[in-house]
Design a protein around this ligand. Sequence first.
Ligand SMILES: Nc1ncnc2c1ncn2[C@@H]1O[C@H](COP(=O)(O)OP(=O)(O)OP(=O)(O)O)[C@@H](O)[C@H]1O
Ligand SMILES: [Mg+2]
Length: 548
Amino acid sequence: MTEMFTTMGSTLASFMFVWAIIRQYCPYELRRFFEKYTQKITGYFYPYIRVSFHEFAGDRLKRSDAYSAVEAYLSANSSKSAKKLKAEMGRDSRKLVLSMDEYERVTDDFRGVKVWWLLSKSVSAARQNSYYPEQEKRFYKLTFHKKHRDIITEKYLEHVVSEGKEIRVRNRQRKLYTNSPGFKWPSYKQTMWSHIVFEHPASFETLAMDPEKKVEIIEDLMTFCKSKDYYAKIGKAWKRGYLLYGPPGTGKSTMIAAMANLLNYDIYDLELTAVKDNTELRKLLIETTSKSIIVIEDIDCSLDLTGQRKKKSEKSSDDENDKLSKEIAKKEAKEEIGSKVTLSGLLNFIDGLWSACGGERLIVFTTNYVEKLDPALIRRGRMDKHIELSYCTFEAFKVLAKNYLSLEMHPMFDTIQTLIGETKITPADVAENLMPKSSLDDAEKCLSSLIQALEEAKEEAAKEEAAKKEEAAKKEAAKKEEAAKKEKEAKEEAAKKEKEEATKEEAAQEEAAEKEYAARKKAGIKENGQTKADAFQSQVDKETENVL
Ligand SMILES: Nc1ncnc2c1ncn2[C@@H]1O[C@H](COP(=O)(O)OP(=O)(O)OP(=O)(O)O)[C@@H](O)[C@H]1O
Ligand SMILES: [Mg+2]
């Protein structure tokens, strides 16, 4: 026996050696030729057909649906026969779901035909000097006899995929995904999203808001999730945008959780500030699955409106003489290159060509300041439904009282109704006051605490109002004073002008008088001169006469 093993070992070693020599020295074409014909000859004697289902096929951007369906199908069908299993938490964390582990082989029977499934993986070595880790490519391999080719390829595979999909929906753990900012080197099998199990208890029933509005939103959501054919008919991607806006603590985030629970959707909480650029945003979008809600919270804070920045840099580049402004423009341009997601990138994300992939998706934006948002971002078609969540009304209070204190009616409700109508209080504040703080707190105590809070809020509001009025009055007075000052200045200016005019006129008159005087004087001299000359002439004439 030992001898036999020794011989076998040395034969194997010799074979490996020869094969290594062939691989090294045999030209590639010859080797291909050799391999091809070896496969053909083996195929002739080997009567089985193998089908592989790779986890990441094609462009490797997304996990293959076929692989997921097979995985789900086998998790339900293999757990009885496989010996090596892996366990994952199932829906609502109530039950463990078992599925076959790596390198495990199971048998399945379909209409009397026996098939074999194997979960395997191939590991490609890490590239030298590369940051990329070793890459594992997992795949399922189905083996069956070639005489059953038709039944397996036509019927069995269809059965596996449809049952697998059903099982997936049944076992689906709803997840809350987020894009991790520290993630730099995505290998093909890693996704851009990290997730935890989504277990938020919020529902529309516990959401405090106007009942009519609530019903309207629920109907809108239910209609959306049943409208696959309708969207296909009108030629629109199966997605819908919701804009939730209102002051902090009015239930925007709670409503998103309620929507996910109502529709049984996953949530993708997109942190825009952690997205490097538009390309990364697109990748994130591709990796989201259908039946999901993509959420961007506080959209006004997370988006840099680059349109405005461009305007600034254009303005400064206009001024060519100013060196400093040119430098600022350059700096801004650099920032632009290194900047993150742009408005146009986000618009494309919402309703560009890529947004149609996957289908059955809600995109929800929340903001505290709707007026700050670019109109292009929230126009209908992008954000189809705008929902305002505002301060607590009496109807909303009643829902909270029922949730927190199991109260439908109470004598103190009347006071609360009056006070709630007169003041602004968020549902979050109401909820906080209604929550018992110790085991001794009863409903009455909680309601009194709320009444006190409402009164304080009312007082605070009155004070604020008074302060505002005072401020406004001060402003008005300052305005009036300013106007009076201006009027006075204007009057003084006018008087000054008038005086100046008068002085000018006087000067002009004086000048004219002087001119006239000068002219007269000149004329007088002339006249005098003439008289003297004439007198002199007459005297000369007289003397001449006397001489004669
Ligand atoms: N309409 C509501 N119905 C029930 N509970 C509410 C409602 N609004 C607020 N709450 C309670 O207040 C808390 C805060 O609410 P939430 O986080 O939904 O507010 P928000 O509008 O998202 O605030 P922000 O703008 O600051 O993000 C929640 O945990 C919830 O318990
Ligand atoms: Mg919130």
